[in-house]
Design a protein around this ligand. Structure first.
Ligand code: ADP
Ligand code: MG
Length: 626
């Protein structure tokens, strides 16, 4: 019997390793940009073709490589950034694993040109499938150019797995923005298919934020700066009035590295408590700087998740710093602090948050919405049931015992709670929704429509109802039967940030079918010539921004076509919201339209739109035995 075990050839081993590092074009973008930053470049240009599928080129004016290094850099675990394990705790560079270039060379065709200032000639290398094809001296300016061509050319299965160009381009733009935000002192440019979509001259952080996130934030940014021995924080947060319905413009960097942390996001959001409406999201770009030995950036191959030596201190610090900044700029003069506003003597730095306090925060509704796996594309203020329950329990205390716990704000065991409610309200969705007369319909809390039915009464969530109505209307349209467009007397100009403009172009054609006649005008500006005839005037550009925001932040867990996604986004954006007073005629019309829907009792988020309360409910609520 022959022995079975053998070593994998290098190129196969590298391909396997590459799976972790290079998942899509955007992963290579991150690695190549970070390498250019690490090389001390002050100007970095990136060129992509076909959303990076056929080309990603990064050109920098950094320190370049010697002939030997140029060859070495493609070896696995080849790095100039660490030499021993201790260095891991002193990392100040973006890269250190020495895996990126080896991975890229295993899954693409790579061309490298590089020259150091002290050399007269540079080095040219062509490598594919981890095999060097050409290595020769060349003339080149100081710095380095990496071209990565035909990603996954040798792994068709992975190439097929790539998403549409629009989707891959969004990932690229996201990565580009993250690096560009953390290094405002470096010039960056991004050209896609021959068009320069970002041109970011060097400057301060504020300028960089405006360049990237749009001029809407001008004079609406509050600066955050606090320094302690343990950690420093700097950056900007948006004034409360810039909060958006969906989370988007939120960035936290630790030692200049973009990180995802629901925990720290929550610390910031919490600082805005009572300043922004529930379910809205402020903008923030924050940089935490602390001793590298206090962070473990090694937990994730792409280094987006990190561990802090002491999470609680970091939480308390971020929370207090943002709160302090908001108060100082008299954005919130009447804030009452539960943490000392003068950060230098901040308790949190000497004594960490108490366990109890932390549990209290993490049991809160807001925190849960951040940690739940299936985050909705937007955070609902509270489920309809809860609002209803609160309303009911205020007007009639006897309702509470019927629920068992009597807790109106108990979010701790949602599943069990739902089951209870199911058994308490057995009539949901059974019978067909009747349409009341105008005299029978009544609105409560400006959010629910209440009317009598044959066996009790109905209560309808007006916003969920309208979303359903609009969604079915939009999706019922075929390519030929489009919504009528009304030409605007005065065309409206809409301006987007470069990233948003790219996304917006994606949905332009579908918007046209829905009655929006919009044309691009240059790179970031669009002109709206016509809107759906049923759109009230004055709402034109607002609605477009809202649609885009919804579209951008669409819950990635909901699998649906681009079109359905747009229809849903439009329905969310255009629906009559909870809190809007309705006339009797409007209520009746809403119920009539709802009753004609295919799925009148399923909200776009899969909840109930209406509930029927029948005798059984009353009997049980009052404990009456009949
Ligand atoms: P890491 O960044 O983790 O060290 P990489 O595979 O990304 O690993 O790069 C390997 C080495 O190649 C780096 O340590 C660096 O010395 C060199 N290198 C990569 N890109 C550049 C560049 N743009 N300019 C100069 N040197 C570079
Ligand atoms: Mg690197």
């Amino acid at each position: 019997m022959p022995d079975l075990i053998h070593l994998l050839p290098d190129n196969i081993a590298n391909q396997i390793a590459a799976g972790e590092v290079i998942q899509r074009p955007a992963s290579a973008v991150k690695e190549l940009l970070e390498n250019a930053v690490d090389a001390g470049a002050t100007r970095i240009r990136m060129i992509v073709q076909d959303a990076g599928k056929s080309l990603i080129q990064v050109i920098d004016n950094g320190k370049g490589m010697s002939e030997i290094d140029a060859r070495m850099c493609f070896e696995r675990h080849a790095t100039s950034k660490i030499s021993g394990i201790d260095d891991l705790f002193r990392i100040r560079t973006m890269g250190f694993r020495g895996e990126a270039l080896a991975s890229i060379a295993a899954v693409a065709q790579v061309e490298l040109k590089t020259k150091r200032a002290e050399d007269t000639l540079g080095t040219y290398i062509e490598i594919e499938n981890s095999v060097v094809k050409i290595q020769e001296p060349c003339t080149y300016t100081d710095g380095t150019s990496f071209s990565m061509k035909n990603l996954f050319f040798n792994i068709p299965a992975r190439r097929n797995f790539l998403k549409t160009n629009a989707a891959e381009m969004r990932h690229i733009v996201d990565e580009f923005i993250r690096v560009a935000l953390s290094f405002p002192e470096i010039f960056f440019s991004l050209t896609s298919n021959g068009e320069e979509i970002f041109h970011l001259e060097k400057g301060g952080l504020k300028q960089r934020i405006l360049q990237i996130l749009g001029n809407n934030y001008v004079s609406r940014l509050v600066s955050v700066t606090e320094n302690t021995d343990y950690l420093n924080i700097s950056g900007f947060v948006g004034k409360p009035d810039t909060a958006k319905k969906t989370r988007g413009d939120q960035f936290i960097f630790v030692n200049n590295r973009f990180i995802r942390s629901a925990y720290l996001n929550h610390a910031v959001m919490n600082a805005y408590q009572d300043m922004i409406p529930a379910g809205s999201f402020p903008m923030f770009v924050l940089f935490l700087d602390l001793d590298p030995s206090q962070v473990d950036i090694n937990v994730h191959p792409t280094k987006q998740e990190i561990k802090f030596e002491d999470e609680k201190i970091v939480y308390a610090f971020v929370h207090a710093a943002v709160k302090h900044a908001l108060a100082q700029f008299s954005v919130a003069p009447s804030l009452d602090f539960d943490l000392d506003p003068t950060i230098q003597q901040l308790d949190a730095v000497s004594k960490p948050l108490t366990e109890a306090k932390l549990n209290e925060t993490s049991a809160g509704n807001l925190f849960r919405t951040f940690t739940q796996k299936y985050q909705a594309h937007k955070v609902e203020p509270a489920s309809n049931m809860q609002d209803w329950k609160q309303f009911f329990s205020k007007s009639d205390g006897s309702y509470q015992p019927a629920l068992g716990g009597g807790e109106t704000t108990d979010f701790s065991i949602p599943h069990q709670r739902e089951e209870k409610e199911q058994s308490l309200f057995p009539q949901t969705g059974g019978s067909r929704l009747p349409v009341p007369d105008a005299s029978q319909a009544m609105q409560v809390l400006n959010s629910y429509i209440l009317f009598r039915g044959p066996a009790g009464f109905f209560i309808v969530d007006q916003q969920a109802a309208h979303e359903r109505i609009l969604f079915e209307k939009f999706s019922g349209l075929s390519d030929t039967s489009t919504i009528a467009t009304q030409k605007l007397l005065f065309p409206v100009t809409i301006e987007f940030s470069p990233g948003d403009a790219a996304i917006f172009s994606e949905i332009l054609q579908d918007l046209a079918n829905l009655g929006y006649h919009i044309e691009p005008f240059g790179k970031m500006v669009f002109i709206m010539h016509g809107t759906p005839s049923d759109l009230p005037s004055g709402q034109e550009s607002g609605v477009i921004e809202h649609i885009l925001e919804e579209y951008k932040n669409f819950n990635p867990d909901i699998r649906c076509s681009k079109r359905e996604k747009l229809y849903r986004s439009m329905a969310y954006a255009r629906s009559i919201k909870a809190g809007t007073a309705l006339s009797s005629a409007e209520m009746v019309e809403m119920i009539r339209m709802l009753s004609e829907c295919d799925f009148p009792n399923t909200s776009l988020n899969g909840r109930h739109i209406y509930i029927e309360y029948t005798q059984d409910f009353f009997d049980r609520s009052f404990g009456a035995r009949r």
